[in-house]
Design a protein around this ligand. Sequence first.
Ligand code: NDP
Ligand code: A1CAB
Length: 227
Amino acid sequence: MGAFQDLGCRTTHCNSEVLQRCTLVFLATKPHLLPGVLQEIAPAVTRDHIIVSVAAGVTLQTLQQLLPAGTKVLRVMPNLPCVVQEGAVVVARGSCAGEQEAALLRSLLSACGLCEETPESYLDIHTGLSGSGVAYVYLFAEALADGAVKMGMPSALANKIAAQTLLGAAKMILETGEHPAKLRSNVCTPGGTTIHALHELEKGALRATVMNAVEAATMRARELGER
Ligand SMILES: NC(=O)C1=CN([C@@H]2O[C@H](COP(=O)(O)OP(=O)(O)OC[C@H]3O[C@@H](n4cnc5c(N)ncnc54)[C@H](OP(=O)(O)O)[C@@H]3O)[C@@H](O)[C@H]2O)C=CC1
Ligand SMILES: O=C(O)[C@@H]1CCC=N1
């Protein structure tokens, strides 16, 4: 609480008070709690408000149905690295939100990293790719470092190098614009270490497993939206 006040932010436990004091309102409860919060705030929502939901899977249709007709509603799907300004965020607007509201949101959220406006149908896919995807990357980072620990490197150093390896690899995809398959092929010396390691990853079906993970999280986000 102290940290918020140091930033000049006011806090309250009363949701309708937030609606009275703010025009741009972010809804960030767990998805199953959101319908109750929407019912609670609906009487205080006016056409001046811009309501933004970050809840995974909760559709614009559900949000609009639970709020007064004409409410400007947008959906946002962020990911955890927003906290270090390297997030990947997508935004979709509801039927009453216009270019002005979308532009405002894009400009605010650009401070968190990459921010793209997309059709709503991409939001659940983005959840599987990136919202949840961060966790798959952590799992991979952990496994990379564990491999090095197994071969004798101290854990703290292995974790640091694994993280820098992911950072550098990601930066090269973004800065060169090359397809990851091309960059991967550049690392493979004929008969060298990398192709031997990649063969092991293919035997473990890494690619199919990761594709299955993105599919499972996307399907789960869609399932949450149907409730
Ligand atoms: N975690 C992630 O990486 C991502 C999460 N999301 C979405 O973000 C949302 C929040 O997730 P996450 O931050 O992990 O969840 P948390 O449980 O950490 O945060 C939920 C927040 O909602 C508050 N809250 C609970 N009930 C109410 C209520 N009735 N009125 C007002 N506020 C309430 C809680 O306050 P208190 O603690 O005081 O109870 C808490 O601050 C979810 O919908 C999730 O789908 C989307 C993308 C990524
Ligand atoms: O696991 C979840 O449901 C949320 C949505 C994306 C990341 N965390």
